[in-house]
Every structure is written in C-alpha cells, then in structure tokens.
Design a protein around this ligand. Structure first.
Ligand code: ADP
Ligand code: ASP
Ligand code: MG
Length: 406
C-alpha cells in the first residue's frame, strides 16, 4: 500500500472551486493506485469566519488567556469544519471522503495546550479506512491527550500533522500545498523577484522556517528529516513542480576557492515583532545572576545574545516586552528597549569559511541607509537586526546583492 500525505493550507480550501481542485488532487492519487491521506487547515485567513485567528479573537473577547484547554478546543473547530466540508466535496465527486479529528486519526499528545508535542500515533483507524478505499480527511494542527482532551500543535501546525502522519504511515512522500510555487529565495510578499528553489536539504529549510519563513513549519521539517521522507512544497493553484526537500544536500567543499560568494546564499528569511533589550551594568556575579534568574523564572526566551563588560544585549519576542519592562524596573536595572525590530537572516550551507559574505551584507544595507542594530552568525547563517520599517528594503537589498533571483 503506497501512502501519500497531502496537506492543504487555509487559502487552498477557501472556496468551493478550490476545494474541488483539492479533492481532485486526492482522487488523482487514488486513480494512480496510491492511498492518499489528506490533512487540512482551517478555511481562509484572519477575518474569515472559520479561520483560526477569528476563533481566537472570539474566545479572547470573553476570557484572555494565551494558552488553555478551552482555547485549544475552540481553535480546533476551524480544522474540524474544514475537514467535514472537504470530505463532502470528495463524496460529491463519487469517492469515499471521511472526516477525522486529530484524536480520531490517533494523534496522541502531551497536555501542553497551545504547543502540544505528539507522543504517539495510533494508526488503526486510518489504516482501516484506507483498506476500505476511503480517503481520510484529517484535521491539521491538533491531537488529544491520552484522556481525550483536545490539544493544538502550535500555530501553523497542520504541516506538523502531515509530517507526523507521513512518518507513522511510512508514506512515500508528503505534499504541502499552499499559495506559492514552492520554497523561495525570500518571502515573495516582500521580494517580487524571489525565485523558487527546486531542491533543498532538510537542514536549510529547517533553518529558514526557524528564522521566520512561514511556508513550512520547522517541526514538520524536523519530523520529515528524522523519518527521511521527502517533503514536496507545491502550489494548489498552479502546475509548477514546486520544491522537493530531502536529505540529498548537494555537497560542496566549504573551503573550495572556486565558490563565488554570489553562490553561497540560498535564501533570506525574516522575523518581525522583535524587541532589542539593552541592560547596562558592570559585570558582577550578583547582577548577572539577578538578570538571568529573572528571565528564566519568568519563562522569557532570549535570542541574539551579546554580553559586554558594561552592558548585556539580547532580543525578545514583542509579546514579552511588557513583562520584561516590569522585571527590569522591579530589579532596578538601568535599561533601554528598542521595540519594533525585525531579524533578517541570510541562510546558506555553503557560506562556511568563505570570506566577504558579511562585507556584502553590510554594503547592501549601508547603501540603503539601513542601520544594523545587532548581528549574530553561525556556520550557515548571518542574522542582522534592523528596524521593522526597514525590513522590506533590507531583504530586497541583500537579495539583489547576492543575485538570488538568477
Ligand atoms: P498555508 O496556509 O498554506 O499553510 P502559510 O501562510 O502558512 O500558508 O505559508 C505560505 C506563505 O509563506 C506564503 O504566502 C508566503 O508569503 C510565505 N513565505 C515566507 N517565506 C517564504 C519563502 N521563503 N518561500 C515561500 N513562501 C514564503
Ligand atoms: N489553522 C492553524 C493556524 O492558523 C494551523 C495551520 O494553518 O497550519 O495556525
Ligand atoms: Mg502554514
């Protein structure tokens, strides 16, 4: 039995015509003799009646809580509606579509509401349906605890459902259908000339996703990598071949003198809603401990961390600014916060050991009069923090400098 998982994002199931297109893709697989398992996201985007953000707003209007059992229950409704509607579209086209919640599909998670981890998958239900020639249509983004409480897998988590099911069912490949032609050199909403990348290794895509490229969820890439199942990112609306993601990263000697530094970057990702925190104090065991314990005890995760003798600089998610303001105030630290920042990350597994990459990034940004607030790097990435309002110009400038559209 050759199983294929096909995941369709919210915009891919937004209209009747689109749902028929989606249903047809599953039916085509069936006609080829394969066994499709469909995963769907909630219909539409923020503002649409059954979109996840709409449901969150509705729930928060009554009781504002970032993550809770009840919030997970209401968030799960979007995907339930979507799976029923799509299963009905499949039925209307003469095939046996069957809607399943995450729980009915056997996805068991821990009870970390809002960002639950999948513990195990009981395949019985899905395999029984496949054996009866049905097309299961599973709600993305959710599972349930051992005791049956609904949980969600983190925003954008329908991709994770697809990968988890792909792994459990030993699928030949996992297709992620969305509203762009594949994984591109930058977000096409920001960069008009962004180009589709035909083939990528898991690690580069994971890095892009971690650094803000929304096109696929990092957890989905990690699960596909651990089970070595190819991921295909495709456009629901076009016949473009999309991007294939697998473990066959093209090998290039990182120290080779023949790599032009135009060729070393693969893509640029960006992440908005970041704040830079500067805390000013002379190094001492007590002050360091006071700061670090306060952050840890308040569950604040920090990034872009630079410690100097007289100041400590790091970034936090914008949603934590109020909390951090209170903590630093209460502990009588001298500090300043730059709100509305954006982290631009250039990614390329061939950049290791190549001189001149940072020089080109600095040149590209300076010629656009964009101030670099902070930087960090790894073997495969260089990240620059800029003001939010500079994001689009910054991504475009780096994209041009490295000729990524060619
Ligand atoms: P879906 O609802 O199908 O899951 P998402 O909105 O989660 O869709 O992801 C698709 C979006 O990801 C695209 O519309 C695009 O704007 C954005 N995106 C960000 N970075 C990239 C990238 N490097 N390549 C392709 N799309 C990207
Ligand atoms: N509907 C969920 C969200 O908006 C899951 C997804 O789209 O993948 O986060
Ligand atoms: Mg998504």
């Amino acid at each position: 039995m050759e199983i294929i998982v096909q995941k369709f994002g919210g915009t891919s199931v937004a209209t009747k015509a689109l749902r028929e297109k989606v249903a047809q893709k599953a039916i085509d697989m069936k006609k080829e003799g394969k066994y499709p398992v469909v995963v769907v996201s909630a219909i539409g985007r923020s503002g649409d009646p059954y979109a996840t953000d709409t449901l969150i707003k509705f729930s928060n209007a009554v009781y504002e809580e970032y993550a809770s059992r009840e919030l997970d229950m209401i968030m799960a409704c979007g995907e339930i509606i979507s799976s029923v509607i799509l299963a009905n579209s499949i039925k209307s086209m003469g095939y046996k579509g069957v809607a399943l919640t995450g729980y009915q599909a056997g996805i068991i998670t821990d009870d970390n509401y809002g960002d639950a981890e999948v513990i195990r998958v009981d395949k019985t239900n899905i395999l029984n349906l496949l054996n009866k020639d049905c097309i299961p249509v599973v709600t993305g983004f959710q599972g349930a605890t051992e005791s049956g409480d609904t949980t969600t897998l983190g925003r954008g988590g329908s991709d994770t459902t697809a990968a988890i099911l792909g792994e459990a069912l030993n699928a030949s490949f996992i297709e992620i259908y969305t509203d762009v032609d594949g994984v591109m050199t930058a977000d096409p909403r920001l960069v008009r000339e962004a180009r589709v990348i035909d083939c990528m290794g898991y690690d580069e895509v994971y890095q892009m996703a971690e650094d803000g490229a929304k096109v696929v969820h990092p957890k989905a890439v990690a699960v596909a990598k651990r089970s070595n199942i190819p991921l295909k990112v495709k456009n629901t609306l076009s016949d473009a071949s999309g991007t294939i993601i697998h473990n066959k990263q093209s090998y290039t000697n990182p120290y080779s003198k023949n790599i032009r530094n135009e060729d070393v970057l693969t893509a640029i990702a960006h992440k908005n809603n970041i704040a830079q925190v500067n805390v000013y104090f002379e190094d001492s065991i007590e002050a360091n401990e006071l700061l670090m314990n306060a952050l840890t005890n308040n569950q604040i995760s920090i990034d872009l961390i630079n410690f100097f003798v007289d100041k400590k600089v790091f970034t936090v998610d914008a949603k934590n600014v109020e909390k951090i303001d209170k903590i630093l105030e209460k502990n009588k630290f001298k500090y300043s916060i730059i709100k509305n920042c954006s982290k631009i990350t250039t990614i390329g597994h061939k950049m290791r050991g190549i001189p001149g990459i940072m020089a080109k990034i600095v040149k590209a940004l300076s010629y656009e009069h964009i101030k670099i607030l902070q930087t960090s790097d790894s073997h495969n990435t260089i990240a620059c923090l800029v003001k939010d309002s500079d994001t689009q110009r910054a991504v475009n400038a780096i994209h041009r400098e490295f000729h990524l559209s060619e």
